[in-house]
Design a protein around this ligand. Structure first.
Ligand code: PLP
Length: 462
């Protein structure tokens, strides 16, 4: 008999030992909650949220092994054994020589930017990230986007939308000179492009180009393991390689890194900066004491560093990443079955809904993505976030950035929600899509100076 069952499940390589109870709310309660929050999902109270897809940052479920590691955390102020275990894990798996712990990713970005950027410098990168670019600008630098054009097109099926356009980089080098470029800022699995990977081939070409010009590469490695998974799935020659080996190969093609361990590394808080350059390390070790804490804890408890050391190892497991990205893909396919326009190909850490295509009757100044995030919350208690004009903020000269991408991000915490939760989310997006023509936009009524998306307030247009 011919077999018809195809086994392609992405089922999780873990089971549950403890559950966290959730509040189920009424539509009326949710409508009040989002109004009180100024229609900004960041200002909601989490107890009013049913399924929280605001971010994959610090929202991961730790494993039994990580919780056990918590118990052996060494809380010494200086020379904590937990720091040395974290440092050893970073050196072993990522290959960087010198490690500075920080409380989270932006702490590392602050220190690295202060050490490496001089006023007037230019930092090319494969799409901006909010905190990364802000720290570059606060240090006196100017960010330049050198990602391929396809990354700005939500419909493009390019398998490596995180790639750098070397012609764009060459043009900047020609214009300002290599001396004004302290480094190229390369994110793996580019967050703002929808969790899209850079290929090993492109990274190696970039490496060769920067070497010729004496320019360094700094790696935003927040989602390096997810990027490695896509290389394994999509890039010729890597089908049989292990994720851990691909991760190492990526890191080996860069000179230093900043990391938010709250993502890939499966913890709730933490980060670090790493470098292969002694001079950068020495300067960073001076600054970490000013901004974070001693260079053997950097704002972290010993137990946090223990959990990071274990989490890094778990993040490099092939089955873990298969289940992780498999769940994201499941959600994406369910949404597509309802006609919801999403960024293609489906990325690594969430589904990015194209708010411009969802609400084509709104102008970008009416905040389509912000509006859609509020509508989804009222519909089902699912919390998402805006990644569009509000997140992009203002240029140093005070005018608004108008990003091409106007997205609502449905970000999946790692190892937290079930397949049935994904059904609830997709059905909610689908039902809001059915009544999209009735949705009006919003106006901003309060705007903070920095990273405005976190605290801005809005009102519905009547
Ligand atoms: C989250 C994130 C950061 C900042 O890290 P925090 O831990 O939130 O401070 C930097 N880069 C990328 C790509 C991120 O996703």
């Amino acid at each position: 008999m011919k077999r018809t069952v195809q086994k392609k499940s992405w089922a999780e390589p873990y089971k549950m030992k403890m559950v966290e109870l959730l509040n189920v709310t009424s539509r009326q309660q949710r409508a009040r909650a989002i109004k009180d929050a100024g229609y900004n999902t960041f200002l909601l109270r989490s107890e009013d949220v049913y399924i929280d897809l605001l971010t994959d940052s610090g929202t991961n479920a730790m494993s039994d092994r990580q919780w056990s590691a918590f118990m052996v955390g060494d809380e010494a102020y200086a020379g904590s054994a937990s720091f040395y275990r974290m440092e050893a894990a970073i050196q072993k798996h990522y290959g960087y020589k010198y490690v500075i712990p920080t409380h989270q990713g932006r702490g590392a970005e602050n220190i690295l930017s202060k050490v490496m950027i001089k006023p007037g410098d230019v930092i090319p990168g494969n799409m901006y990230f909010t905190t990364t670019r802000l720290h570059q600008e606060l240090a006196g630098g100017k960010f330049h986007d050198i990602i391929i054009d396809e990354a700005h097109d939500p419909g493009s099926e390019h398998p490596f939308k995180g790639n750098v356009d070397l012609n764009k980089l060459a043009a900047i080098v020609k214009k300002v000179g290599a001396k004004k470029i302290p480094y190229v800022s390369i994110a793996t699995n580019v967050n703002m492009a929808g969790g899209q990977p850079i290929s090993m081939k492109n990274l190696k070409e970039l490496r060769a180009f920067t070497k010729r010009h004496g320019i360094k590469i700094i790696h935003d490695m927040t989602r390096v393991a997810e990027n490695a998974y896509f290389i394994q799935q999509r890039e010729k020659g890597y089908e049989k390689k292990k994720i851990r080996d691909i991760v190492r190969e990526i890191c080996d093609n860069t000179d230093g890194a900043t990391m938010s361990a709250k993502k890939d590394a499966l913890v709730n808080i933490g980060g670090f900066m790493a470098t292969n350059d002694w001079n950068v390390y020495e300067e960073a070790r001076n600054l970490v004491v000013v901004y974070e804490g001693l260079h053997t804890y950097g704002g972290l408890a010993g137990r946090d560093m223990e959990a990071i050391a274990v989490g890094i190892g778990e993040s490099l497991n092939d089955e873990h990443q298969h289940a992780r990205v498999g769940q994201v893909e499941y959600l994406g396919h369910r949404m597509e079955s309802f006609g919801v326009p999403i960024v293609r190909p489906i990325g690594g850490h969430g589904i990015f809904v194209d708010a411009k295509a969802f609400l084509p009757h709104l102008t970008q100044d009416q905040f389509p993505a912000q509006t859609l995030a509020a509508e989804i919350f009222v519909d089902s208690g699912v919390r998402t976030m805006e990644r569009g004009i509000v997140s992009a903020g203002r240029k140093p000269d005070g005018t608004n950035y108008y990003p091409k991408l106007e997205l609502v991000r449905f970000t999946l915490p790692r190892r937290v929600y079930t397949q049935a939760h994904m059904d609830v989310v997709a059905e909610s997006a689908g039902s809001v899509f059915e009544r999209r023509k009735k949705i009006k936009g919003m106006k901003m009524v309060y705007e903070p100076k920095y990273l405005r998306f976190f605290q801005a307030r809005f009102e519905m247009i009547k």
